[in-house]
Design a protein around this ligand. Structure first.
Ligand SMILES: C[S@@+](CC[C@H](N)C(=O)[O-])C[C@H]1O[C@@H](n2cnc3c(N)ncnc32)[C@H](O)[C@@H]1O
Length: 320
């Protein structure tokens, strides 16, 4: 039985217990484990993962996922990896992120120098890891929007320390759009986001961008170019995610460390979860461009390649 056969069985509604009888390789067992998780059967998922691990004890993805499921409490499937700053902070400051953020800072600085914005909104600012090092002294007003209060506080404090006129908006972009229609402060020279729209549910993105369209001169998206996800358990997507996460986990050595258990594994499992509560909603650069056009923007430049990264190449996409 191959992953493709398991996928067919899953689509036909074959129970994971039946599928597991035909799974042989570690990847097939991992796949059945994900099918069991999708059916909310955590115990069965762990059993399949342990079988996979017994066959391939060197595989980091299997080791870390098994450990995560062994320790996870009942609500761990819906863990919000961005609420608590610690794990993402450590993730973003290590591995390939060091180079990725450096390239992002350089690219943003170049665009600030060219566009000279006096007002800026950073959507999903996190702890400002992309924004703050790139921000020019000449900026007049910076608004930062972020649903995680502890992460937003980091940015608020730093902007206050620098004496930058700012608003710190503690909400999601969807809720901000729903609430902010008539606020005269909601206009900017530039609206940007770095690796944040990937966390916004896909159906919410075009409406949010469409709302922003008359309120900003430019928009910059910094996002990864990843394959289109037809279904979270499609064999091609499974292969892409598993292959990439083996590389990503290796960038943070040490069994069951904070980055692996607090960020990478929950995102991995969330990326392969075929339900609405996925963690990330990513797509190819051409689909980001499509979303921008659907919202009334037009591309201002060719998408700018920023960096190769284990998860996918990063691009800066600019529209007006
Ligand atoms: C990968 S982090 C990137 C953070 C920051 N922009 C950076 O480059 O370091 C994604 C951020 O998007 C935020 N986020 C998640 N859902 C969001 C939403 N619906 N609206 C706005 N931001 C969101 C998360 O809380 C998180 O801080």
């Amino acid at each position: 039985m191959s992953i493709v056969d398991l996928w067919k069985g899953y689509q036909e509604g074959v129970a994971h217990g039946v599928l597991s009888e035909t799974a042989r390789t570690p990847d097939e067992l991992l796949y059945v484990s994900l099918v069991a998780l999708a059916a909310q059967d955590r115990d069965a998922a762990l059993t399949h993962l342990r079988s996979a691990l017994a066959a391939a004890p060197e595989r980091q993805v299997l080791r870390e996922c098994a450990h995560y499921l062994e320790r996870a409490t009942g609500d761990a499937d819906t863990t919000d990896v961005y609420i608590s700053p610690d794990a993402f902070s450590a993730f973003a400051r290590g591995g390939g992120n060091v180079g990725l953020y450096q390239r992002t800072h350089a690219a943003l600085r170049a665009r600030y120098a060219a566009l000279r914005p006096t007002s800026l909104l950073d959507v999903g600012t996190g702890e400002g890891l992309a924004l703050l090092p790139a921000l020019p002294d000449t900026i007049g007003r910076v608004d930062v929007l972020e649903p995680s209060a502890p992460r937003l506080d980091v940015v608020r404090s730093e902007l206050a320390r620098r004496g930058v006129h700012h608003r710190a908006i503690n909400t999601t972009i969807e809720d901000f759009v729903a609430a902010g229609e008539a606020d005269p402060d909601n206009t900017w020279d530039l609206v940007q986001e770095t690796f944040a729209m990937l966390a916004v549910p896909a159906p919410e993105r075009v409406p949010a961008l469409r709302w922003l369209r008359p309120l900003t001169k430019r928009v910059i998206l910094v996002e990864f170019d990843v394959p289109r996800v037809g279904h979270a358990l499609h064999p091609d997507w499974f292969d892409y995610v598993v292959t990439r996460y083996e590389v990503g986990l290796a960038e943070y050595p040490g069994d069951h460390n904070l980055v692996r258990q607090g960020f990478l594994v929950p995102v991995f499992l969330g990326t392969l979860r075929p339900t609405e509560d996925r963690v990330h909603f990513e797509q190819p650069v051409e689909d980001w461009l499509h979303d921008l056009r659907a919202a009334g923007f037009e591309a201002a430049r060719e998408p700018e390649f920023l960096a190769e990264y284990w998860w996918g190449d990063a691009f800066l996409i600019e529209a007006r």
